[in-house]
Design a protein. Sequence first.
Length: 101
Amino acid sequence: MAVVWRIAELERNTDNGVVTAHWSASDSETVEGVEHRGSSYGAMSFTPDTEAEGYIEYAELTEAVVVEWVKALLDVSAVDAWVADQIEESKAPAVSTGVPW
């Protein structure tokens, strides 16, 4: 299992600086033909500084670069653990639904 991080959407200001990145992290595991999934989604805010060393123009950004920005500000291990916990819960649910009749 490996959590896959993606950027779903970017919001930018009039100077084309990224102000918000909407991200997701997901993983799945197939056991006996059943796919068990886990995911997390969020938005990270940024304050662009066009004068900063290493500033990357909007048109030159890649998903990998923005994922690294997001990961630098998040507790990645906590997100990865949350996703893994969802998969484990799916494989052995603590709560069942239905009726006895």
